[in-house]
Design a protein around this ligand. Structure first.
Ligand code: KIV
Length: 295
């Protein structure tokens, strides 16, 4: 935990988080907490910490699957991660991130992929990136009965077209484009939006014009909630961390220290000790000696 940060215990037993609960939180001005998770243990941690929304982000392509970007991850890989996360959760809303190439071609493709997140992985909702044609895809998925979260600003699946992994909307014209994307996704029926890597000024001016909750990552404090990538916030991921990442743990260091200590104990024959071993009754040992002599 960073200096000056205080952990408070999560509520003991909470009702499952619903879309109306998120809308209510926005109305009451209560910040929404979202984290990513990609497997059973990370989902269990999110559950125990009492977060509101868990996103099985396609950032898992990099943080857990080792790809250089989010682009290569397949729908089947995302479904496997999402199904594992589902098994670790009961309370937070679970959102599956639709990977690049799983929704852009047609409304039919988008609905089919979204249905797989719900049927095969048990997700409550899906997320997709960008405005424009993605708003049409979002409308089609919403019409099929599946809630959709939109994502504007820096959209990593199309980072190359945006000029790289850099903040978006820093000129008035480009900020207006981001705003139009957000409004288009809200009009398409999205229940919430992610604003990624946009100036705080843009967020301050645009969030009050939107009815749905806006969850920010590098979008300043004026959003209705915040999301961070699990491996970034806990210091598990060794790759580049964006400016907006705040570290609340150094878990990778703790893991490397633990495995290093294990390796040293094995090499120095300090492990296992008697309490880590099983025993036989002395008469059974004696009988075994006799049996071994016979063969
Ligand atoms: O994939 C992801 O982790 C995301 C979050 C950054 C919102 O899309």
């Amino acid at each position: 935990m960073s200096a000056g940060t205080q952990a408070t215990a999560p509520p003991a037993k909470r009702p499952a988080v619903t879309l109306s609960k998120l809308a209510e939180k926005k109305a009451l001005g209560e910040p929404i907490v979202m984290v990513t998770a990609y497997d059973y243990p990370s989902a269990q941690v999110a559950e125990a910490a009492g977060v509101d929304v868990v996103l099985v982000g396609d950032s898992g392509a990099m943080t857990v699957l080792g790809y250089p970007s989010t682009v290569p991850v397949s729908l089947d890989e995302m479904l496997m991660l999402a199904a594992a996360a589902r098994r670790g959760l009961t309370t937070p809303l679970l959102v599956g991130d639709m990977p690049f190439g799983s929704y852009e071609v047609s409304d039919e493709q988008a609905v089919r992929s979204a249905q797989r997140f719900v049927k095969e992985a048990g997700c409550d909702a899906v997320k997709l990136e960008r405005g424009g044609s993605s708003a049409d895809r979002a409308r089609a998925i919403v019409a099929s009965g599946i809630p959709v979260m939109g994502h504007v600003g820096l959209t990593p699946q199309t980072a190359t077209a945006l000029g790289g992994y850099r903040s978006q909307g820093r000129t008035a014209d480009r900020a207006l484009e981001v705003t139009r994307d957000a409004i288009g996704l809200e009009d398409a029926g999205c229940f919430a939006l992610v604003f990624e890597a946009v100036p705080s000024d843009l967020t301050e001016l645009v969030v009050p014009r939107l009815e749905v909750p806006v969850i920010g990552i590098g979008a300043g404090p004026a959003t209705d909630g915040q999301v961070l990538v699990f491996h970034d916030l806990l210091g598990i991921y060794d790759g580049h961390a964006a400016r907006f990442v705040k570290r609340y743990g150094e878990v990778r260091k703790a893991m490397v220290d633990g495995v290093t200590a294990f390796a040293a104990d094995v090499r120095e024959r300090r492990y296992p000790e008697p309490e880590h071993s099983y025993t036989m009754a002395p008469d059974e040992v004696a009988r075994l000696r006799g049996l071994l002599e016979e063969i």
